[in-house]
Design a protein around this ligand. Sequence first.
Ligand SMILES: Cc1cc2nc3c(=O)[nH]c(=O)nc-3n(C[C@H](O)[C@H](O)[C@H](O)COP(=O)(O)OP(=O)(O)OC[C@H]3O[C@@H](n4cnc5c(N)ncnc54)[C@H](O)[C@@H]3O)c2cc1C
Length: 484
Amino acid sequence: MTLTTDAVVVGAGIGGLVAAHALAEHGLRVVVLEAAHRAGGPIRGGSFGSLPGVPLDLGAESFAVRGGVVEELAEKLGLTIEAPAGLSAWGYAAGRAFPLPAAGVLGIPSRPWAGDVRRAIGWPGVLRGSLDRVLPSRFVDTTDLGTFARSRLGSRVADRLVTPVAAGVHSAPLDRLDVAAVAPGLLDAYARTGSLSRAVASLRAAAPPGSAVRGIDGGIHTLVNALVERLDVRLGARVVGVERAGAIEQVRREAAAGAETGAAAADTVGRGDADWLVHIMNGQVLRAPRLVLATRAEFGPLPAAGAEIALPPAPERGADIRLVTLLLEAPELDAAPRGSGMLVAPGTTPGAVRAKALTHATVKWPWLARRVRDAVGPGWHVVRLSYGRIGEPTPEPTADEAARDASALLGVDLTGRVRDVLHQRWDGSLPPPTPAYRAAIKQFEDAVRAEPGLDVTGGWIAGTGLAAIVGHARGIAERLGERS
Ligand SMILES: Cc1cc2nc3c(=O)[nH]c(=O)nc-3n(C[C@H](O)[C@H](O)[C@H](O)COP(=O)(O)OP(=O)(O)OC[C@H]3O[C@@H](n4cnc5c(N)ncnc54)[C@H](O)[C@@H]3O)c2cc1C
């Protein structure tokens, strides 16, 4: 059976949902096809069995304010945005805990000599880091974050400040992170200012004051719920192939004719021959003039008016991440001993701590603290520990091990205080945005953009994180949104 619609979106992660929502706002009928039995990918809600009324995020829990796109969307969907409590995050490196310097980007300090930087990396680190202000800006390899940060600011800054933050967020070593992908705007600012710390200062000055991230009252997953409610999302619908409805020669003729007459590629959209046929595993076929791939297609290459478009090589497998969320009865944590949480540098905690990050969720998110207090009274806390880095064996922490790690990181004995626990696995998530992969993606995206009625979005194209994905996915409507 073939169903005809205006646009088909493959994948109901945040990228696909936002692209579909933007197309629907242009008055198009959109169908979203999702292989899994729930939407949202790593944006997922849940709750403790003992506190069913208190929502929790079991994956992504915040978004970067960069660009203002996620806030705009959340407001449009009627959700309440909330800033994290003003407490700083802490770092843990070389066996020491310290508040992370306030004025940084991905742990890169804007003033390497500032008091909070000195307390974290000591005088030798400060002296080396300050050289960044006088070293010539040319002849520096800026492709990966590790080489860039190390050559400008030295290894203490790279290992103790940048690694816990950047490698914690992306679950990959610094040398696997493409600078342009993980720190948008940083390279332009570096070219303008001639120094990495000055570039960070200029990005911070341009950003809204206060924290660079926000949450949503009720959890980030409410964003997915709100989008799904407004869209036609078909769950359990795995797409197994796509093709053009007409003979590919016909499509090519149309595209060539369009090019000769100077018509935009989009002009061929809506002529039946150029329609896409999208095959679902259950045998159903959807036909539409517009197709958005919001996940890395497992079925390529893509039929195209020009030469076939080969899919970019698969990214390096991301880390197997384990999240352990603990409900703790521990009034000692009311004092927020380590601010909103900690990011742990790898290899610096012999024996004791295996977690790579800890979020003190009831300190970080006032909405969650209110709900937990209303449900069970004061003195109860939610703490989330994150495990798993590229190149390490997959960790399988038990609740007791996680509680031991939390005790070490928070400096409070939490033995016997666990009242409930949630385990969440994210296998192979967060493939590292290596410079080679980003270059291949750029080439692929350019080829797709030249193709009438076809677009791609999602983290595999736009880079990890809601700020990058939402902005990219909304842009699709400008290219594919016009009704023909
Ligand atoms: C543990 C964790 C914590 C994170 N925390 C944050 C955070 O706090 N803030 C932040 O900004 N980002 C965070 N991220 C990153 C962020 O969640 C992701 O970058 C983002 O959710 C990816 O969205 P996406 O739409 O690109 O991909 P996905 O959400 O992976 O969506 C792709 C969808 O396509 C579906 N699919 C695949 N193949 C097919 C097929 N053949 N047919 C149909 N459907 C198919 C998949 O089932 C999936 O649902 C976190 C990620 C993880 C893993």
